[in-house]
Design a protein around this ligand. Structure first.
Ligand SMILES: NC(=O)C1=CN([C@@H]2O[C@H](COP(=O)(O)OP(=O)(O)OC[C@H]3O[C@@H](n4cnc5c(N)ncnc54)[C@H](OP(=O)(O)O)[C@@H]3O)[C@@H](O)[C@H]2O)[C@H](O)CC1
Ligand code: K
Length: 457
């Protein structure tokens, strides 16, 4: 079983293409199904620890995997039953069912079991699940002590993570060959429980990946405050927000943090405060300018944003500055960090999954787009995408976005690729939240950033 971190995320079309390539190289659909079902059975046997397993099988190849797994469990002497609501509709699933020698219970009457293996629908679910099937699955999932899904939980749309049935989460999802968008995008991701990937020897590639811990380095002996990165945070109408951003940048390894034009008084002494000036932004030692948290939307804010856009330094644009941006582009690196409302205000309604939306927004704007949320998607105009799937829900509190802008600013000022800076910043932010535990406020979050960084050295 493999953790998701850093793996390519594949759509149904990409998975089918990979499967077709494996078949062209000599594999067969039945052979792939045998691999998948047996790999599932091996994990289920470990997790079930001797408890009876009920396998619920659907009409497609996901169901086929279920019949193979049931037969493998039975051969291994494990107590196992099978239930279904429909005959197999593919040749491979039909052949797999023919090799299951036990009884098959009608789904609606199936007795509860301590372990439920959901092989009802995989990536082929295309429309809302029927109410009767949904009700039966709900009863069986709720009645099990442990529920495990084959590939994806039944009732989610694999390619965009939409929900196609109102069902409770399973405990474990065994993704076959690669993670799919449904494993990382909400609302489907919260239905998956712990996701682990089973290697079925089908080679997958792609430019969309699950976030992984960044590989950071310690400062070299010759390091000084400017080489570590100078972050200039532009303040405005609500000084507390810019103070959070500046504090987060200072705790994310920046060598020097400058807060320009903000009237806040409670600030660490290490953060240098100055009046706002366009000249300060243009200093070539500035590695990143962060503008937006608490900026306001009045004339002064507009003037400050104009100066930032013209200063020629790498930019992180957040909050109010996103509203004032009005489609303008800059020549240098620019990272924009909208949440869903800001994203729609900036780019209008873009169709497709959150991954596709973020990519399209990056392509149109030429900026690195950090599309925030419970599933944060970071996209570059060149097609690279990273999904940060498991930020703690405790992050849904005021000021955490200001902290994120500061972390990304520090990574950007440290140099290197702006896309990596944005992805690394999002990971460190989520890790700091995991370290902060429950019910933290945004001010507490920054204090956990050094430990998060320590985990990446
Ligand atoms: N890709 C690989 O390398 C491997 C994948 N495996 C497994 O195969 C499934 C995907 O199998 P597929 O047959 O394409 O799809 P499903 O099993 O998920 O479901 C398709 C069937 O379900 C019907 N369907 C779809 N929506 C509904 C609905 N709302 N209600 C009832 N029935 C529905 C669909 O019928 P249509 O009318 O839409 O045609 C199909 O009959 C993948 O997830 C893996 O588990 C391999 O076994 C190993 C290699
Ligand atoms: K399933």
């Amino acid at each position: 079983m493999i953790r998701l971190d850093g793996l390519p995320i594949v759509t149904t079309e990409q998975m089918r293409a990979a499967e077709a390539q494996a078949i062209a190289a000599g594999a067969t659909v039945d052979g792939l199904m045998a691999r998948a079902g047996e790999a599932v059975a091996e994990q289920v046997r470990r997790l079930a620890a001797g408890a009876e397993v009920l396998v619920v099988c659907g009409p497609g190849n996901n169901g086929g995997d279920g019949y193979v797994a049931a037969a493998a469990l039975k051969r291994a002497g494990h107590s196992v039953r099978v239930a279904c609501f429909s005959e197999p509709r593919t040749a491979a699933a039909g052949a797999a069912r023919a090799r299951w020698t036990g009884a098959i219970e009608p789904l609606s009457e199936a007795m509860l079991a301590p372990v439920l293996l959901d092989a009802m629908f995989g990536v082929g679910l295309t429309r809302e699940l029927d109410k009767g099937v949904t009700g039966s699955l709900r009863r069986l999932i709720e009645g099990a002590r442990l529920s495990i899904a084959v590939d994806v939980p039944s009732g989610v749309s694999s390619d965009d993570g939409a929900s196609l049935a109102d069902l409770p989460p399973v405990d474990v999802t065994l993704a076959l060959g690669a993670p799919k968008p449904a494993h990382v995008l909400q609302p489907a991701a919260q239905r998956c429980g712990a996701v682990r990937v089973l290697d079925i020897r089908v080679a997958v590639e792609g430019s969309v990946r699950v976030a992984a811990a960044p590989r950071l380095t310690r400062p070299v002996p010759e390091a000084h405050k400017y080489s570590r990165g100078l972050v200039a945070v532009v303040g405005g109408a609500m000084p507390g927000a810019a103070a959070l951003t500046a504090t987060a940048a200072a705790r994310s390894g920046a060598g020097y943090v400058l807060l320009l034009g903000s009237a806040t008084d409670r600030l660490p002494h290490a953060i240098v405060r100055r009046r706002f000036s366009a000249e300060a932004l243009g200093d070539e030692r500035v590695g990143a300018v962060v503008i937006g948290p608490g900026l306001g939307r009045e004339d002064q804010a507009k003037g400050r944003l104009d100066a930032a856009l013209a200063c020629g330094r790498p930019l992180v644009i957040d909050g109010d500055a996103l509203h004032l941006l009005d489609g303008r582009k800059v020549d240098g690196p620019m990272i924009v960090t909208p949440h869903a409302g800001e994203f729609t205000a900036m780019f209008g309604e873009i169709g497709g999954s959150k991954i596709e939306q973020a990519h399209e927004a990056a392509r149109r704007s030429g900026a690195i787009v950090v599309f925030k949320g419970a599933d944060t998607v970071i996209a570059a105009p060149d097609g690279r995408v990273v999904v940060q799937p498991d930020g703690p829900a405790w992050l849904s509190t005021a000021g955490t976005g200001d902290v994120l802008a500061g972390v990304i600013g520090a990574r950007l000022a440290a140099g290197g690729d702006p896309f990596e800076a944005a992805a690394d910043g999002a990971w460190l932010h989520a890790e700091a939240a995991r370290l902060a535990g429950p019910a933290f406020m945004a001010d507490d979050l920054a204090a956990h950033l050094p430990v998060a960084i320590g985990r990446c050295l």
